[in-house]
Design a protein around this ligand. Structure first.
Ligand code: SF4
Ligand code: SF4
Ligand code: SF4
Length: 249
């Protein structure tokens, strides 16, 4: 029996999620590599194949000319996974959808060069059907491994639907608010094991929001408990979720 064929593709991103994978020395990941064939991976090879069991896509859909390449990947693949915040929600790239001055700030007088032209940064699912998402910036490589392993065994992956606070309480971590800090764990999608608060860092909701997130209440909490201005509280709550709101800043 032939081994499952897996390909990795990148679009608008910092490629940090790919680096997470290439640096992944965990025994379980190395074992996975014994059971699959990696048939496309721009960072390491130039070959192309007709059929993929799983296509793993990093980065946002932010240029119309990328649509044809995405459709080609979809056509050749049984399963498509978007991995990392850029691919799954638009991630931090989506901040540009609501502010014009980023390009000018970075490129100055050269900001209108033709090759810098792009559309709104959107998730890969805005262009093609995506079957599974791995959230986070960068993505959680253990979650990636878990999802791919489930799929290769013909099982449905289980992804948490509750907020990061649940994992944080389970870890018995002191709440950032009790330390005079802020945190977005009340509305952030769990699955990372509340890694940031456990290292004394606030959760910034890099995995996006849970389905029924109360953003209004989050903003109020940031104002009342962390002393943020309303503008700062709104910006903070939208850092990784700019695509959720048309008026995000
Ligand atoms: S999700 Fe974060 S780490 Fe991954 S490619 Fe996007 S910006 Fe980079
Ligand atoms: S530190 Fe953050 S994630 Fe942990 S309990 Fe407090 S608000 Fe929730
Ligand atoms: S704690 Fe929050 S910011 Fe940190 S990895 Fe988890 S979801 Fe992302």
């Amino acid at each position: 029996m032939s081994r499952p064929k897996v390909g990795f593709f990148d679009f608008t991103s910092c490629e940090g999620c790919q680096i997470e994978l290439t640096n992944f020395g965990d025994a379980a990941f190395l074992e996975l590599l014994n059971h699959i064939d990696i048939v496309e991976f721009r960072e390491a090879m130039s070959e192309k194949t007709d059929h993929l069991t799983i296509a793993c896509i990093e980065g946002s859909f932010s240029r119309e000319q990328d649509r044809a390449r995405l459709e080609d990947i979809r056509k050749r693949s049984d399963i498509v996974i978007s991995y990392g915040a850029c691919a799954s929600t638009g991630g931090i790239n989506a901040l540009k959808n609501h502010q014009d001055d980023y390009k000018k700030c970075v490129y100055g007088k050269d900001c209108n060069m033709p090759h810098l032209a792009s559309q709104e940064a959107r998730p890969i699912s805005a262009a093609i059907k995506v079957d599974y998402q791995v959230h986070g910036c960068p993505m959680d490589k253990y979650e990636f491994l878990d999802i791919v392993s489930h799929l290769l065994h013909g099982k449905e992956p289980v992804v948490p639907t509750y907020p990061v606070c649940v994992e944080c309480k389970r870890n018995e971590t002191v709440c950032r608010y009790d330390d005079g800090d802020h945190c977005l764990g009340q509305v952030a999608r769990a699955g990372c094991g509340a890694i940031c608060p456990s290292h004394g860092i606030p959760c910034e909701a890099c995995r996006g929001f849970v389905h029924d997130a109360n953003e209004e209440s989050l903003v109020q909490t940031l104002i009342e408990k962390a002393g943020f201005s309303k503008k700062r509280a709104q910006s903070k709550s939208r850092m990784f979720t700019a695509n959720l709101r048309s008026d995000a800043q």
